[in-house]
Design a protein around this ligand. Structure first.
Ligand SMILES: [Fe+2]
Length: 316
């Protein structure tokens, strides 16, 4: 008979392998479980992020936010399902999450990063809410021109000219509402042809992050949809290595940092503790591992770093 220490490693290896296989199967199933829309319909909606380059005829500007929107949608549906939302609301949320950043279609990440990186460096407001709070005398529709006045000297120092494209990039942040509204209107016939209806509250949900005041008179479940979107799109953004390098000066993504950053949305009252606790639970259970790895740009087969596994085990 073999001594017990020969048996133990074999059993522990077997259990470990079984656990790995279960986790891999769970990750592989994640995409299928939450597909509400047909694949070709979802692909057609996401293709709306790619736009023709007016400066270079025949060229397409690939949508920088396209993959972010797609992954955000999967997180949103996972959280919404866990919160017990109806199939109708899940379908609404899928379309909302897929389109939520359409207002930035046509963005050149270098130019966008140059403008708002410079604004941040000079202590200028980088979001419309910040600008309107700091300068209460400025009306919402004046925000893009006001921001341009504030940043013009710094832009000129850097040799950046005030082109139409630059103004448009400022509008992506300082008139996100107008830009999103215009693009949704433009795309409405195509969406209708795909069998998708843009309901009036959908814009309110998409705009909740930048224009939370629009939610004041909304129904409870519409508000909940807004909270889920804000929590999940930021969850993706804080895990997204490309955004981290391009905008946030981040060298690494860590789950503990992600939830530390998300905590401010809860503190501001933008996201409820129930939504945040659900997102945290689904993160620590491993249900979002496949999406996290995609956002981080690591292979699906590689495990999460030890510090993330420790975060998950802590169940925080
Ligand atoms: Fe987003």
């Amino acid at each position: 008979m073999r001594p017990s220490h020969f048996i133990m490693p074999t059993q522990s290896y077997k259990h470990k392998r079984q656990a790995e296989e279960a986790r891999e199967a769970k990750e592989a199933n994640q995409d299928k479980r939450f597909a509400v829309m047909e694949d070709h319909t979802r692909a057609a909606v996401l293709a709306m992020y790619d736009v023709l380059d007016s400066q270079h005829p025949g060229h397409v500007i690939p949508g920088y936010d396209r993959d972010h929107a797609e992954r955000t949608t999967r997180v949103v549906l996972t959280v919404a399902r866990a919160l017990g939302m109806s199939e109708t609301r899940l379908a609404d949320l899928e379309l909302i999450a897929l389109l939520h950043d359409l207002g930035r279609a046509g963005m050149d990440p270098k130019l966008f990063g140059a403008i708002f990186g410079l604004a941040q460096e000079r202590g200028l407001p980088v979001r419309i809410r910040e600008l309107l709070t700091r300068y209460p005398e400025v009306a919402e529709e004046q925000a893009p021109a006001y921001f341009l006045d504030l940043i013009s000297p710094a832009l000129h120092e850097q040799g950046l000219e005030t082109t139409e494209q630059l103004r448009d990039h400022i509008a992506m942040r300082m008139n996100f509402k107008g830009r999103l509204r215009g693009l949704l209107k433009e795309r409405e016939p195509e969406l209708r042809a795909l069998g998708l209806e843009l309901k009036p509250f959908m814009e309110t949900v998409m705009l909740y992050y930048y224009y939370p005041e629009g939610m004041e008179t909304a129904d409870e479940d519409v508000r909940l949809m807004g909270m889920i979107l804000v929590a999940c799109e930021n969850f993706e953004a804080f895990n997204n290595w490309r955004r981290g390098r391009d905008y946030y000066g981040r060298a690494k993504e860590r789950l503990s940092d992600v939830f530390e950053a998300l905590a401010k949305f809860e503190a501001d009252g933008l996201v409820s503790s129930v939504v945040m606790a659900t997102l945290r639970r689904l993160t620590t259970s491993g249900d979002l591992d496949a999406i996290i790895k995609e956002s981080r740009g690591v292979s699906p087969g590689s495990p999460l770093p030890d510090e993330d596994l420790a975060f998950q085990r802590s169940g925080r």
